[in-house]
Design a protein around this ligand. Structure first.
Ligand code: SF4
Length: 382
């Protein structure tokens, strides 16, 4: 089993973000922990989730690094059987991947040491760009110089497994130098990189800027060019793209996200968190206040659930499998697929090797349409 905790608080909303967040100057840490622990205590998790230690724990958000380190330690001590926060000897938690998403601004040497003592052994830094003009446009709360300082603070505290998030395909008028950003990220020698193309989500500041003509939506050509540039550049530094948006040095794939992509069960706690037991997916109320109220009143925070039909299961397995470097077995291709896999291979979109079908970088650029064709369904999730 794998555990995800959604920490919904942010100091401001980034211009492109439509996540479930609550903008707060003061983080209601006590209320948050109280709600999470109550949800944990009452959730219908099945016996395995309570008996077995989680294989991975992921604090995502929002901005989990806004939580005081002692709150993170308290949560880990309750949620990880065998974890002994504050004990510096090897503990059962040492082989559990425990990730904290952090804003570079929050990573001080003291915070990094406290996280390490609490059991955090992997940090995912929301770097996004090394250009201050771009960071300001994104409404990020950090300056570029903070990214390197954060990496050094983490290493100084003994946290070596560090991932950097970068966003590409930004609007032309920002004159963002993508190759420079890649070089600066690689100079920090992160173990892992997550690269996301900018997408325009409804009702975000970016969506409003585009509607009133203040900026233009990023175009597909720039997206493809920068995506392929990243593949070429990272390959020269021995990073492997093991998933459509994620690249890692040998031995540093995200175990937590890999669990999602291989369809393993997971438990999600907190507003908007999803859980999956192998057949049923449940998700919590999205807004923090409504979630907190439900828990305080003794009601279930689950907003809804779905049981995957055979057809949905087939599409999902194809979609998740093709996202990864492992791909899918050839036998997973629908007999109704109008073109044989070699047709897509001839276009340079897939490779067929050892009885498996895998996307090339060019194939990953058209993942949704490939899944549609290979499963012969008209809609996929994204
Ligand atoms: S820090 Fe992350 S979650 Fe918070 S507003 Fe920015 S993108 Fe959204």
């Amino acid at each position: 089993m794998h555990l995800y905790l959604h920490v919904p608080f942010c100091v401001r909303r980034c211009s492109y973000c439509d996540f479930s967040i609550a903008v707060r100057k003061r983080i209601p840490a006590e209320e948050y922990v109280d709600a999470i622990l109550r949800e944990w205590g009452s959730a219908d998790l099945g016996p395995a989730a309570r008996r077995e230690p989680f294989r991975t724990i992921y604090f995502g958000g929002g901005t989990p690094s806004l939580l005081p380190p002692e709150v993170i330690a308290d949560l880990l001590s309750v949620l990880t059987p065998g974890c002994q926060p504050g004990v510096n000897e090897p503990t059962p938690a040492a082989d559990v991947e425990v990730t904290l998403e952090a804003n570079p601004e929050d990573v001080t040497p003291d915070a990094a040491r406290a996280w390490q003592r609490a059991g955090i052994n992997r940090v995912s830094l929301g770097a996004q760009s090394f250009d201050d003009t771009v960071l300001k446009w994104m409404h990020r709360s950090h300056h570029a110089a903070r990214i390197g300082a954060a990496v050094h603070a983490l290493r100084g505290a003994g946290i070596e497994n560090i991932s950097l998030d970068l966003i590409f395909a930004l609007p032309d008028e920002l004159h963002r130098d993508w190759e420079r950003d890649l070089d600066l990220a690689l100079a920090l020698r992160p173990t892992h990189l997550s690269l996301y193309g900018l997408t325009v989500e409804p009702r975000t500041p970016l969506d409003r800027w585009i509607s009133r003509g203040a900026t233009r939506a990023p175009d597909d050509e720039r997206y493809a060019e920068e995506y392929l540039t990243a593949h070429r550049r990272l390959a020269t530094e021995s990073y492997e793209f093991y998933e459509v948006s994620n690249a890692a040095r040998d031995g540093f794939r995200s175990q937590h996200n890999s669990a999602y992509w291989s369809g393993r069960p997971y438990v999600g706690l907190g507003p908007a968190a999803h859980s999956f037991d192998g057949t049923t997916r449940r998700w919590n109320i999205r807004a923090w206040e409504a979630y907190r109220r439900a828990i305080a009143e003794g009601r279930s925070p689950v907003e809804s659930e779905e049981v995957l039909t055979d057809e949905q299961g087939e599409i999902e397995r194809m979609y998740l499998g093709l996202r990864t470097a492992e791909g899918v077995p050839l036998a997973a291709v629908s007999p109704r697929c109008p073109s044989p896999p070699r047709h897509f291979a001839a276009q340079g979109w897939i490779e067929v090797r050892d009885g498996r079908l895998k996307c090339t970088p060019e194939g990953w650029l058209r993942l949704d349409s490939l899944v549609n064709e290979l499963t012969m369904h008209s809609e996929t999730q994204s």
